[in-house]
Design a binder for this molecule. Structure first.
Ligand SMILES: Cc1cc2nc3c(=O)[nH]c(=O)nc-3n(C[C@H](O)[C@H](O)[C@H](O)COP(=O)(O)OP(=O)(O)OC[C@H]3O[C@@H](n4cnc5c(N)ncnc54)[C@H](O)[C@@H]3O)c2cc1C
Length: 493
């Protein structure tokens, strides 16, 4: 756990005064009572009071904040809704938070182009609500979509239930407008499907607020399917359920959603949302088909057959739209429902090859004994994107440390079986040490080279996502020859 660092009051006064000289008074918060709500994001076990919080109204004010920070050498932490689970928006004691809360306008919905142009503080779900009159919607649907912003989605390359079929944020964003730390406004991507030059849009999406401040986003909209139905398939053991996921994809079917919940998860969520889950099953799969009535009927029939062959003990198909939404509401509310059975939870996020699901779930079960903590599994199974929820009580001495060690062991396992330490929640501060497990010195060098090209002074969201070699060496995860680290020119903070 990172201890909270006290803010230097003199420095705060200096920086706040410089910001107030270029911004309306209400756009600068420096009193600890006002900045307290920003002290953490969804990784609430870690808290740090920021030095100053800014709430710009427009792009010109974002540029003015960046100039003050550049001139005074102040680090910057961009922030959307603060729902991130890896500490990406966690503030710094010597840093300025740029909140996009007031950059929340939907600028245009273009039904013929099937696009929307929005400011970064617009909520994910608000885009689909604005597109609904045109029978369109924005496909990537994180479970936090009621609150999280498109700026945060871009920075994390967020996913969701429907991303298996429709793609992640990176596949659904056409263009971003970005303020750079050097005071330029650049546009990456374009309104058409491809843009000339290097694909910097793909570099930027998922860059966790480390390369620039997003001030405008053009997203793709897709037509709402005429119909959708979801299958709830029950399994007597988790491994059979895991293998069934691989079987569905191997059969050439790309469901609109393919999610898995183990018994701990379905039992924790059922009393909360009354989704109608099979509480006796060791695991359930939710498999959605969407399209025309004919397409849905055909795909549901094929998936039913594959799931039965793969060992499903029961299959229920939603018969009404209300029932379909009820099945999904349980899945979408699983994280908040964890609070009903545990004072705290730690949500991990790693991705593995689908064929490894059964093996990894079995190993996680063994780790529950090793670390003496329970773990609920609810996740985007079709993408192999695991979300083990480690349940703990931060008030019990040592439990947070054990939860962190459990999480790190799961991520190491993901790498061991050919996967990655993140799927959609980003690295932030949470997984920065696990980056040393996944990447070597040359790769870290390449990451820092990209970072420096956008942010030579290393002021944007520093000390997140990319570990220094020093840090990896201290963890014993970097080979040090003759007392000398490779790539000794890399930052040592
Ligand atoms: C209950 C719950 C369920 C969730 N379910 C999912 C899920 O299904 N899929 C998923 O992918 N995630 C999920 N998340 C995680 C989280 O909601 C996403 O990562 C989301 O994209 C964060 O958006 P935000 O607006 O809250 O961003 P924040 O948390 O405020 O910030 C996230 C990152 O984006 C950066 N950032 C924010 N705005 C900008 C900007 N304008 N310019 C540059 N950088 C910026 C921040 O610096 C930070 O690094 C869930 C979280 C919760 C609490």
């Amino acid at each position: 756990m990172i201890p909270s660092i006290p803010v230097d009051p003199e420095r705060r006064q200096q920086v706040a005064a410089a910001l107030r000289a270029v911004l309306p008074a209400r756009a600068v918060l420096a009193d600890p009572e006002d900045t307290r709500p920003y002290e953490c994001d969804g990784l609430a076990a870690y808290r740090q009071l920021p030095m100053v919080v800014t709430l710009p109204d427009d792009e010109a004010q974002v540029l003015a904040i960046l100039k003050v920070c550049r001139d005074l050498d102040v680090p910057i932490v961009p922030r959307g809704a603060g729902t991130g689970l890896s500490g990406g928006a966690q503030p710094l004691a010597d840093g300025v938070v740029i909140s996009t809360a007031r950059l929340n306008r939907i600028l245009r919905v273009e039904p013929y182009a099937r696009t929307a142009v929005v400011q970064p503080g617009v909520r994910n779900l608000a885009i689909s609500e604005a597109a609904a009159p045109f029978n369109l919607y924005y496909a990537p649907d994180p479970s936090s979509q009621i609150a999280c912003t498109i700026g945060g989605n871009v920075a994390e390359n967020s996913g969701g239930v429907h991303c298996l079929k429709y793609g992640l944020t990176v596949h659904n964003v056409l263009r971003v407008r970005v303020c750079t730390i050097e005071g330029d406004v650049i546009e990456l991507g374009g309104e058409s499907l491809d843009a000339p030059g290097l694909d910097l849009l793909a570099v930027f999406i998922g860059s966790e607020g480390m390369l620039g401040i997003v001030t405008e986003v053009t997203v793709k909209l897709v037509p709402k399917p005429a119909q959708a139905q979801v299958i709830m398939a029950s399994f007597d053991d988790v491994a059979t359920g895991g293998n069934a996921v691989a079987s569905v994809i191997a059969a050439g079917i790309i469901p609109a959603g393919l999610e898995m919940m183990d018994r701990t998860s379905s039992r924790m969520v059922e009393p909360f949302v009354k989704a109608g889950y099979d509480l006796d099953a060791a695991a359930i799969l939710l498999c959605e088909a969407d399209g025309t009535a004919l397409e849905v009927a055909e795909e549901i029939a094929r998936m039913t057959e594959v799931l039965r062959e793969a060992g499903a003990s029961a299959i229920t198909v939603s018969q009404t739209e209300a029932e379909r939404l009820r099945f999904w509401s349980g899945r979408k509310n699983a994280f908040p429902a964890a609070g009903r059975i545990s004072p705290d939870y730690y949500c991990m996020d790693g991705t593995i090859p689908r064929k490894q699901l059964a093996h990894v779930l079995a190993r996680i079960e063994e780790m529950e004994t090793t670390f003496g903590l329970r773990c609920a599994n609810v996740f985007h199974a079709g993408d192999g994107n695991m979300h083990p929820l480690i349940l703990f009580d931060a008030n019990q001495p040592g439990e947070l440390d054990r939860a962190e060690a459990f999480g790190a062991a799961i991520l190491a396992l993901c790498v061991e079986v050919g996967g990655t330490i993140t799927g959609e929640h980003g690295v932030g501060v949470e997984k920065i040490d696990s980056m040393c497990v996944q990447f070597g010195a040359r790769e870290l060098d390449a990451f820092f080279t990209v970072k420096r090209a956008f942010d030579p002074g290393m002021l944007l969201n520093p000390n997140k996502a990319i570990p220094t070699l020093q840090r990896c060496a201290e963890l014993g995860r970097m080979r040090v020859s003759g007392g000398v680290l490779p790539f000794s020119h890399l930052p040592r903070f």
